[in-house]
Design a protein around this ligand. Structure first.
Ligand code: NAD
Length: 475
């Protein structure tokens, strides 16, 4: 059984749960501890106790620890990438790529640990000086989703530790393996006891305890919009700082003047990469009339040529859906699409050598933006095409959504590209690129129903993981 990590020790949970490979339901990766309220409170207490010393820790020491974690991840990238693909179902190459990305994030924050900036200003009062400094928040609760089981934990844990916070980390219940392996690496890097704690288990138990404990100063959450709303309410009631990254319904606009090859390639990548289980997936393909038919034909062909199979098999491009309940959601939206009268290509349940949650990618055509399939996040290998008259209508449709994470446009027109960058109501805007795929040294986050609070990643994450202090001194 894989144990929780609390106060520098590996401890059994009161219960355990098997981690099942969605590509092969007979393959149980291991049993993983399921923490309860008491164990979560112990982890929070350990973090609280470790905080005073960690808060005063030397920046060089913190920087070196983060570097060590990054190097250990890189040394184990193939093994960790395989574990990730095995538990989550994305293709092996994507799994290894995610591990490398997570390591790069730790490297970046190894540098950021050295750059705790402040400011010194003159006062409007004679003889007074002002220092503006940043201090760690204290104990940070980290709650993550299943779809990026090592990159998302990395982009929260690395800045939390870099800026001298103690951490209680709760990975997604469905895929605890990558988070557990990351914890093993963190524990081996000499991070002092209590500074970093792992409690695996259910959101309604472990997550809820993190939200309600008065000893947790800040909560960073990535997951669904419904859970995010609950996190926000709970934290607001307790004056706890919070940061939310939630769902998306990201538009990919394709204009008549787009390069067709590029438009097809970025749409296939954005819509179906990682089985479409990305918050930044291109789920609405908003296409102008002149290119519509050629685009639909080519995307349909490309989509049907994608190899759907076991995540660890060579040649697999699309792995299985993550579990039965997400598969049920995908199948339900296929039914909704049928009832809404759209044309459906693909979307069939597939059998492979091993029993798994295999679904062929689906393309909905002849849809409009008012349909449920275009209003609600599906989170599967499914995209809709919405036909529009011109750029103005495309922009209006792209922005007509409750979400605002990522958006993209394919065009050869500088005028439209620049106008779209300025007027898209999303936090991330891409030109001639997929809606998914971001750098780690720049801010990440959305607007409207997709995000709330300070930005993640890059130097901007200092906003969330620290509190500002303004000190006045009379000479
Ligand atoms: P989810 O909301 O079901 O769970 C997210 C995390 O919250 C899990 O660890 C879960 O155990 C925990 N949780 C559940 N109930 C809780 C509670 N009452 N209190 C505290 N914690 C609780 O989301 P999911 O199904 O794991 O992930 C898929 C969702 O994540 C999609 O909506 C996707 O768009 C979103 N997502 C967003 C981003 C982003 O950066 N915007 C990135 C990846 C995924």
């Amino acid at each position: 059984m894989k144990q929780n990590y609390i106060g520098g020790a590996w401890v059994d949970g009161p219960a355990a749960k098997p981690n099942v490979n969605p590509s092969d339901l007979s393959d149980i990766i291991d049993d993983y501890a399921q923490g309860d309220e008491q164990q979560t409170l112990q982890a929070i207490a350990a973090a609280r106790a470790a905080f005073p010393a960690w808060c005063d820790s030397n920046i060089q020491a913190r920087s070196e620890m983060l570097e060590k974690i990054a190097n250990a991840m890189l040394a184990r990238q193939d093994e960790l990438g395989e574990l990730l693909a095995r538990e989550e179902g994305k293709a092996r190459a994507e799994g290894v790529g995610e591990v490398v990305r997570a390591a790069q994030i730790f490297k970046f924050y190894s540098g950021e640990a050295l750059r705790m900036r402040g400011d010194r200003l003159a006062s409007v009062r004679p003889g007074v000086d002002i220092d503006i400094t940043r201090e760690p928040m204290g104990v940070v609760g980290i709650i993550t989703p299943w779809n990026f089981p090592i990159a998302i934990p990395a982009w929260k844990i690395a800045p939390a530790l870099a800026f001298a916070n103690c951490v209680v980390f709760k990975p997604a219940d469905l895929v605890p393996g990558s988070g557990w392996a990351l914890t093993e690496i963190i524990a081996g890097a000499g991070v002092p006891a209590g500074v970093f704690n792992l409690v695996m288990g259910r959101g309604s138990v472990v997550g809820e305890t993190i939200l309600t404990s008065a000893d947790v100063n800040a909560v960073t959450f990535t997951g669904s919009t419904d859970t995010g709303r609950h996190v926000a309410m709970s934290c607001a009631e307790r004056n706890k700082k919070f940061q939310l990254e939630m769902g998306g319904k990201n538009p990919m606009v394709v204009l008549d003047d787009a390069d067709l090859e590029t438009a097809v390639a970025v749409s296939l990548n954005g819509a179906y990469g990682s089985t479409g289980q990305k918050c930044t997936a291109s789920s609405r393909l908003v296409v102008t009339e002149g290119i519509h038919d050629r685009f639909v034909e080519r995307v349909g062909e490309g989509m049907q040529a994608l190899t759907v199979d076991h995540a660890l098999k060579d040649g697999t491009q699309i792995g299985p859906v993550v579990d039965q309940s997400q598969l049920n959601v995908d199948l339900e939206y296929l039914d909704i699409a049928r009832s809404e009268g759209v044309t459906i290509l693909g979307g069939e349940r597939l059998n492979r050598e091993t029993e798994g949650y295999y679904l062929s990618p689906a393309l909905f055509t002849e849809t409009n933006n008012d349909m449920r399939i275009n209003r609600e996040e599906i989170f599967g290998p499914i995209a809709s095409v919405i036909r529009v008259k011109d750029y103005d209508e495309a922009l209006a449709v792209a922005n007509d959504t409750a979400f605002g994470l990522s958006s993209a446009i394919c065009t050869s027109s500088l005028k439209h590209a620049e106008h779209f960058k300025k007027n898209s109501a999303a936090g991330l805007v891409m030109v001639n690129l997929p809606t998914a795929g971001v750098d780690y040294h720049v801010p990440f986050g959305g607007r409207k129903g997709s995000s709330m609070g300070a930005r993640e990643m890059g130097p901007h994450s200092v906003e969330f993981y620290t509190a500002t202090k303004t000190a006045y001194t009379a000479a």
